[in-house]
Design a protein around this ligand. Structure first.
Ligand SMILES: Cc1ncc(COP(=O)(O)O)c(C=O)c1O
Length: 432
C-alpha cells in the first residue's frame, strides 16, 4: 500500500525492528515489501525486484503459489496447530512417510522442529544421547569440517567453521574437531583429514557432521562425490554416525532431490528445513536410522529424547510441505534446475575472464563468482555491499558473502529471467 499507511509501518520498522544479520548502524534501510509473486518482490513504492536468493534459500516454487496457498488455506480451515507430544495429525504423519520414502538410505524415523538450526541441534543431541543410552558416555567430541555452517544456536555455532559469524561466542563452545575439505586443503589448511582425526580420537567421537556436496554459507564451496563417499567410508569404518546437514541442499538445490544422492551415500541422520515447505513456513525435520531410534526405546523414561518446541509438527507447515513435495515432483523441478544450471555455466564462463573476477563456480541451482577484494577480503570485504547495492538498483536482490557474489534463485526462474540476471551482473562487474 502506498501513501501514509506504508509510511507509518516503515517508520515502525525503523524505530522497533532489529533485523537478522544486519549491522543496524550502517546497513541501508530494509526494502519495504508489499507482496511477492513468482520470482518477483513488489516494494511499497512500486519497484519490482527479482528474488535472486530465494528469500534466504527457502523459496523454490516462487512466491504466492496458488497450489501452496490452497493447501495452506485448506489446512487452516481444519486446524492450524496442536501440541505434538501425545497428539498427532494427518499432515505430520503423512509428511513423515513421504520424506522417509524419498530420503537417501534407510531413515525411517522423523523428528520435527522449526528451522535449520534446530534440525541440526536435534541431530547432534540424538547422536550424543544415543551413545549415552548405550552406556558410552565418554563420546563427547564432534567432528565438523572447515568452512562449515550449521546454524546460529550454540551447538550449531560450535559445529560451524566460519569464524566471521561466530568467533564472538567461541569461548562458550563445546569441543569440535575440525577436518579438512577438498577446498580447504587446496588453500593449505592446517586441519587434518577426517581419517586421521578418527584414527586418533574415534573412540571419543559422538558424530561427524557434513554439508554434502555444497558448503553454502562458508562460501558456496563445491565438493566431489568422492569426498562425500570417503567421509561415509571413514565414519562407517569407525562405527561413528554421520549427520548429513541438507538444510540448504535438500529439495533439489544441487540438481538431485538430496545431495547425498551424488555420492551416493546413506547418512545415519539427515537434517532438512528451508525448502521443505517451498519457503512458506518454518519447519524442519531430522530423519534418523532405526538403529539410532532404537537406542532411545526403554522402560526407563530417562532415556527419552527430551527435545521439543512449542510449534513442533505445526499442521499448517506440514500440509504446505506435502504440497510442495508433490509440486516438486509433478513440475519436473530437477529438469528445470538442470536447464538453469546450463545457463549459469554458460554465463559464468563469459564472466570468468573479467579482471575483477577471480573464480567462478556453478552447481545445480547455484552460481557464484568470487570478486577481487576491495578492502579486507573475506566476509567483511566492501565489494559485497557495493555490488549488492548496484544490483538492487537494477532490480536484482542478492546478498553476497563478502567478495563472493552468488545467485540461488527459485527454480521457476525462466530462461529469459536468468539471462536478465546475468546481464545485470555482467554490467555491474564490468563497472567495478
Ligand atoms: C547447511 C545449513 N545448515 C543449517 C542452517 C541453519 O538454518 P536456519 O537459518 O533455518 O536456522 C543453514 C542456514 O543457512 C544452512 O545453510
Amino acid at each position: 500500500m502506498n501513501g501514509p499507511t506504508s509510511q507509518s509501518w516503515v517508520e515502525d520498522d525503523r524505530r522497533h525492528v532489529w533485523h537478522p544479520y544486519t549491522q543496524m548502524q550502517t546497513a541501508p534501510p530494509p526494502l519495504p515489501i508489499e507482496r511477492a509473486e513468482g520470482v518477483y518482490l513488489y516494494t511499497t513504492d512500486g519497484r519490482l525486484i527479482v528474488d535472486g536468493i530465494s528469500s534466504w534459500w527457502v523459496n523454490i516454487h516462487g512466491h504466492n503459489h496458488p497450489r501452496l496457498n490452497r493447501a495452506l488455506a485448506a489446512q487452516a480451515e481444519k486446524m492450524a496447530q496442536v501440541i505434538f507430544a501425545g497428539l498427532t495429525h494427518a499432515p505430520g504423519a503423512r509428511l513423515a512417510a513421504e520424506l522417509v520414502a524419498r530420503a537417501p538410505g534407510d531413515l525411517p524415523r522423523v523428528f520435527y522442529s522449526d528451522d535449520g538450526s534446530t534440525a541440526v541441534e536435534v541431530a547432534l543431541k540424538m547422536a550424543y544421547q544415543s551413545w549415552r543410552n548405550r552406556g558410552e558416555s565418554g563420546r563427547t567430541l564432534f567432528v565438523a569440517f572447515d568452512d562449515a555452517y550449521h546454524g546460529d544456536t550454540f551447538a550449531t555455532m560450535a559445529a560451524g567453521g566460519t569464524p566471521a559469524f561466530h568467533a564472538q561466542f567461541s569461548d562458550l563452545f563445546f569441543t569440535v574437531l575440525r577436518a579438512r575439505t577438498e577446498a580447504s586443503a587446496a588453500r593449505g589448511t592446517e586441519s587434518p583429514p577426517l581419517g586421521e582425526i578418527l584414527e586418533r580420537h574415534g573412540e571419543r567421537v559422538a558424530a561427524v557432521i557434513v554439508e554434502p556436496m555444497l558448503q553454502a554459507a562458508g562460501g558456496m564451496l563445491v565438493q566431489t562425490p568422492a569426498f562425500l563417499r570417503e567421509v561415509r567410508e571413514e565414519t562407517r569404518r569407525h562405527g561413528i554416525p554421520l549427520i548429513a546437514d541438507e538444510v540448504l541442499t535438500g529439495f533439489g538445490r544441487t540438481g538431485r532431490l538430496f545431495a547425498c544422492e551424488h555420492g551416493p551415500i546413506a547418512p545415519d541422520l539427515l537434517c532438512l528445513s528451508k525448502a521443505l515447505t517451498g519457503g512458506y513456513l518454518p519447519l524442519a525435520a531430522t530423519l534418523a536410522s532405526e538403529e539410532i531410534y532404537r537406542t532411545f526405546l526403554s522402560p526407563d523414561r530417562g532415556r527419552t529424547l527430551f527435545h521439543g518446541h512449542s510449534f513442533t509438527g505445526n499442521a499448517l507447515a506440514c500440509a504446505v510441505a506435502r504440497e510442495s513435495l508433490a509440486l516438486f515432483e509433478e513440475s519436473d523441478c530437477l529438469g528445470r534446475i538442470a536447464r538453469l544450471g546450463a545457463i549459469f555455466r554458460e554465463r559464468l564462463a563469459a564472466l570468468a575472464s573479467h579482471r575483477r573476477v577471480t573464480t567462478t563456480r556453478a552447481f545445480g541451482g547455484m552460481a557464484a563468482l568470487e570478486l577481487a577484494p576491495a578492502s579486507t577480503g573475506g566476509y567483511f570485504d566492501d565489494v559485497g555491499p557495493r555490488v549488492a547495492a548496484e544490483l538492487l538498483a537494477r532490480g536484482l536482490l542478492v546478498r553476497p558473502l563478502g567478495n563472493l557474489l552468488y545467485v540461488l534463485p527459485p527454480y521457476v526462474l525462466t530462461d529469459a529471467e536468468a539471462h536478465w540476471m546475468f546481464d545485470a551482473i555482467a554490467e555491474v562487474v564490468a563497472a567495478l
